[in-house]
Write a protein that binds this ligand. Structure first.
Ligand code: 4AD
Ligand code: MG
Length: 468
């Protein structure tokens, strides 16, 4: 019956008071946020986590046994049965006049979430309890709604959901940031004649890793089912301790056959706008909280983003813009450099004042699979950059020409035999195709205004940190 609390959140004060006239007897199950005693009455704020708001339970001494009331402390779990009545207090429209309270589980005085405000850093140390706070609870409800919106967008638009492997023998990005998966005894590694680790003795008979991206396998399905998407965990042994990198993060990767970069960009924009609108519509209470307490005005920002067409710049144009303001950067931009986070933010926040799609990057700073432009220097890559965060999406049109792809791989020292199946896609019925990857946590970060990516995933994994 505790969905009562969720129902309450969608109603206005007037509707709630009207409801309270119906003499509703109901039950609320949840955890005690606070308890306050006055003369003959105890006020208990009970939250069941289904929404931001809790319900005030009013317990009259005499009606509820003293030993129950004294056992009710912050963090305890309770089941309260009573009558929903109009409240005299200013903070809530209705409250529950308790008839019975069952103390299900006590919470001793060392419960780490006492009433005072806690820092997000402190909450990371109690990852197993932090979802009981307003902030992390709201983040995780929004995250859940966004995951649903992701599936809904693609399912409604004719994309098939494909589950790509997490353990793989190929490096999808060719960037060497992989976690190795092995059952070899690290204290007694079998060796080949030349002294190297002998992976033929390993579990898979070859060297294996956790995937950095499902894209390559995604391409094999797009060139069979036309439009597909993946949505799953990816892993990167990136040694960067930043507010926007995780070692384990969730990525959404659509891949479209018979599609070029233009189509790719259109889908990226419409997809982002869809999941943003869905979240604003379905998480109004939590979004109001973020907009008031986490990042002032974040809701209006997102509303604006939904209405405004994304800006477009080529990499060359972007560098020209950055060079005009080069004194404002720690890292001086030049043609050929990797665009840094400070540059990404400048382009979206200052130059375009909106999300911006940057295209046609130098081949040297992008992955081997991207389609080569006729200039021989740039590739058909696109990154979507947003204010506050920088890169949120990375994608490209893929190189569909077998000879050009082989040549790129040779230039980068990638072995053809490691990618034989990927090359087969270009050999048998090759087509223009394109796709992109959205970092799911970056999307949650963007919409909630949360500063640190570690606070938008239940259990963050980062360099030196894998507690829980
Ligand atoms: O730009 P990336 O590396 O692109 C790919 O992996 C392609 N295979 C995608 C594709 O075309 N199918 O990563 C895509 C997105 C980034 O834009 C970023 O949002 C997120 O994934 N991302 C991370 N998020 C959290 N922690 C990390 N370490 C991330 N690395 C990338
Ligand atoms: Mg990228």
């Amino acid at each position: 019956m505790s969905e009562l609390i969720s129902k309450l959140k969608t109603k206005t004060r007037e509707e709630l008071c009207e409801l309270a006239k119906n003499n509703i007897i109901t039950t609320v199950e949840g955890w005690v946020k606070t308890k306050r005693d006055s003369k003959n009455i105890t006020f208990i704020e009970v939250s069941d986590g289904t929404c931001l708001k809790g319900l005030q339970v009013v317990a009259e001494r005499g009606k509820i046994a003293d030993d129950v009331l004294s056992g009710i402390t912050t963090g305890a779990s309770v089941v309260c049965k009573g009558r929903l009545v109009e409240s005299e207090g200013a903070n809530q429209a209705v409250e529950l006049q308790a008839e019975e309270i069952e103390l299900v589980g006590e919470a001793p005085a060392d419960y780490p979430l006492q009433k005072k405000r806690h820092t997000l850093e402190y909450l990371r140390e109690i990852g197993h309890l932090r979802a009981r706070t307003n902030t992390i609870g709201a983040v995780m409800r929004v995250r859940s709604a966004m995951a649903y919106a992701v599936h809904k967008y693609f399912q409604d638009n004719g994309f098939y959901y494909v589950n790509t492997p997490l353990i793989t023998a190929s490096d999808a990005e060719g960037a060497g940031q992989m976690f190795q998966v092995t059952t070899l005894d690290l204290n007694n590694v079998p060796r080949t004649e030349d002294g190297k680790a002998d992976y033929s003795k390993d579990f898979f008979g070859k060297k294996a890793n956790l995937t950095v991206s499902g894209q390559l396998e995604g391409e094999t399905y797009a060139t069979a089912l036309k439009n597909i998407y993946t949505f799953g965990p990816t892993f990167r042994a990136e040694n960067s301790n930043t507010k926007r990198h995780l070692a384990e993060f969730w990525m959404i990767e659509p891949e479209m056959a018979f599609c070029t970069l233009e189509g790719d960009m259109k889908i990226a924009e419409s997809f982002l706008k869809y999941i943003f609108s869905y979240t604003l519509e379905n998480c109004a209470e939590d979004m109001e909280f973020f907009s008031s307490f986490i990042e002032k005005g974040v809701r209006e920002t997102i509303e604006h983003v939904i209405k405004t067409p994304f800006a477009h710049l080529t990499y060359t144009e972007a560098i020209a813009e950055l060079e005009k303001s080069k004194d404002s950067f720690d890292f001086k931009p030049y043609w050929g450099c990797d665009i840094q986070t400070e540059h990404e933010r400048f382009l979206s926040e200052e130059v375009c004042k909106s999300p911006v799609i940057v295209t046609d990057y130098p081949k040297e700073i992008k992955s081997f699979y991207m389609k080569m432009n006729d200039d021989g220097r740039t590739v058909r890559a696109m990154d979507v950059l947003v204010p506050r965060l920088g890169e949120i999406i990375g994608g490209s049109e893929r190189e569909a020409r077998l000879d050009v792809l082989k040549q790129r791989m040779a230039e980068l020292g990638l072995k053809e035999e490691d990618y034989w199946w990927y090359l087969d896609l270009r050999k048998y019925g090759t087509v223009p195709h394109a796709g992109f990857g959205l970092g799911f946590e970056r999307a949650v970060q963007y919409i909630t205004g949360m500063q640190n990516i570690r606070d938008v995933i239940p259990y963050p994994r980062a360099v030196g940190s894998a507690e829980f």
